[in-house]
Design a protein around this ligand. Structure first.
Ligand code: URP
Ligand code: ZN
Ligand code: ZN
Ligand code: ZN
Length: 484
């Protein structure tokens, strides 16, 4: 069935042009002025609106088993909520427990994700090390379209990686042409500070940011970057929340290292004062790691996005409802870590990014889809509006407004960290794989319509890094044989 998006302005990372967009099946088959509608085609009037690639959220945790509970949002509700906000693809995380086989965990997550409404892919976490992990990494890359591995430098006594695991895994991933990513927080320091704070009688959510200060993140970010530098491998740092981590990334990039940084919509607009609320439920609902920071860090993160030192935006969508958060009523270290936003990210970024002049619409496309597609080797199948690309499209009404609220959002969680924020610039229609899945407030997603997306190994920057490595490979000094 064909679908014609008529009369809009097509915005990609590079260009802004008045054009119609014709989709057939799951692909875009024409982009240009005054396209003819095939007989029986559905027509969307995009007059006065932007037509952009659907958002890609590279960091979500649907139905994640974590900290003694399971995230409330599943792959169907989560991807449907994403569609309501203009996001048409997520990259979620397979997180094996220590000693669990990576392949076994991967198969479990694939099963859970079959209900997804829009396309999805997986990063796989390396939480421990032995030869079987190295083998499974190979199988995942070569046979299952995984091209990124995640490492948690925090969550001691659970999924935390020591440096030894980072070195082994980074080395193996390089051989396979896969990108390593890290959650950068020094887990040993977090553990130490948590125990100290509890002993001091600080048991409420205000202890959460105190146990994870920016220095803890800066140290880990810098350590991961230096390890990657010595090994000569690319690195992607998830949820950069503070100046210290951003400075480490910016310095490394200025020195020619291939380091990428992701920022969450929440870290750009929510500040640390939330943790000092006298309402436990409100404060606990904001507990996520790294924590929300001061305005000074927020400004730095915006500048990071503007300067290109941070390339992608995500949500770390990982939802827990009040009864789940209540597990930590008397001990903040037991509050399940995570907040939502997969539905809100694009609107928050447009409202606070484009409407303030920090980002152009083209830059908005870069940081909400195109850069992610390039870094994770999905481009130009995803991340652009062009002939041959997947028909994952958002029709964006720059004048439309709405007030974000847990009462009206589609996310399966009882709280919204952007509650009460009135945004201007909202999706009017979302098209996923050529199907209209959201139209003017009405969700039309189909359970199970999403597809697993294979991501090929060896994105182009591997080739570049290989050249750098070859040029810099040390050579032995040739000396004349010693006289007998
Ligand atoms: O608090 C968070 N971010 N929860 C999800 C797991 C992670 O660290 O990404
Ligand atoms: Zn057709
Ligand atoms: Zn994390
Ligand atoms: Zn996460």
């Amino acid at each position: 069935m064909a679908l014609l998006i008529r009369g809009g302005t097509v915005v990609t990372a590079e260009t802004t042009v008045r054009a119609d967009v014709l989709c057939d099946g799951d692909k875009i088959i024409a982009v240009g002025p005054d396209l003819e509608a095939p007989a029986g085609a559905d027509i969307i009037d995009a007059g006065g609106q932007y037509v952009m690639p659907g958002g890609i959220d590279p960091h979500t945790h649907m139905e994640l088993p974590f900290m003694g509970t399971v995230a409330s949002e599943d792959f169907y509700t989560g991807t449907a909520a994403g569609a309501a906000g203009g996001t048409t693809m997520i990259i979620d995380f397979v997180i094996p427990s220590p000693q669990q086989s990576l392949m076994e965990a991967y198969k479990t997550w694939r099963g859970w994700a079959e209900k997804a409404a829009t396309d999805y892919s997986f990063h796989v976490a390396v939480t421990w090390w032995d030869d079987s992990v190295a083998r499974d990494m190979g199988t995942l890359v070569q046979d299952h379209g995984v091209n990124s591995f995640k490492h948690f430098m925090a969550y001691k006594n659970a999924i935390m990686c020591e440096d030894e695991v980072l070195v082994n895994s980074f080395t193996r991933a390089w051989e396979l042409g896969a990108l390593c990513t890290v959650h950068a927080e020094n887990g040993e320091l977090v553990y130490h500070l948590q125990k100290k704070l509890i002993a001091q009688g600080i048991t409420g959510p205000e202890g959460h940011p105190l146990s994870r200060p920016p220095e803890v993140e800066g140290e880990a970010a810098n350590r991961a970057i230096r390890i990657a530098q010595v090994l000569g491998v690319p690195l992607y740092i998830v949820h950069v929340s503070c100046k210290e981590a951003l400075e480490a990334i910016s310095r490394a990039r200025a020195e020619g290292q291939r380091v990428y940084g992701e920022v969450l919509a929440g870290h750009l607009v929510v500040d640390e004062s939330v943790y000092r609320s006298t309402d436990f439920e409100f404060a606990a609902a904001h507990v996520m790691s790294p924590p929300f920071r001061s305005k000074e860090h927020q400004s730095a993160l915006w500048r990071g996005l503007q300067s290109g030192n941070l390339q992608t935006t995500a949500t770390d969508h990982c939802c827990f409802c009040a009864p789940q958060k209540a597990a930590g009523r008397n001990d903040f270290t037991k509050i399940p870590n995570g907040t939502g936003g997969v539905e809100d990210r694009m609107m928050v970024l447009w409202d606070q990014g484009v409407n303030t002049g920090r980002l152009t619409p083209n830059e908005f496309v870069k940081v909400t889809s195109a850069n992610t597609a390039q870094i994770f080797n999905l481009y130009p199948r995803k991340g652009t509006v062009a002939v041959g690309a997947d028909a994952d499209i958002v029709v964006w009404d720059p004048k439309g407004t709405k007030t974000i609220s847990a009462k009206t959002h589609h996310q399966n969680v009882d709280f919204n960290i952007f509650e009460g924020m009135t945004v201007t610039g909202i999706p009017s229609h979302t098209i996923a794989a050529g199907k209209l899945v959201y139209a003017k407030g009405e969700l039309r997603t189909v359970r199970g319509a999403g597809r697993y997306v294979n991501r090929p190994a060896f994105p182009s920057y591997f080739e570049a890094l290989k050249l750098v490595k070859d040029i810099n490979t040390p050579k032995p000094v040739t000396r004349a044989a010693a006289a007998e």
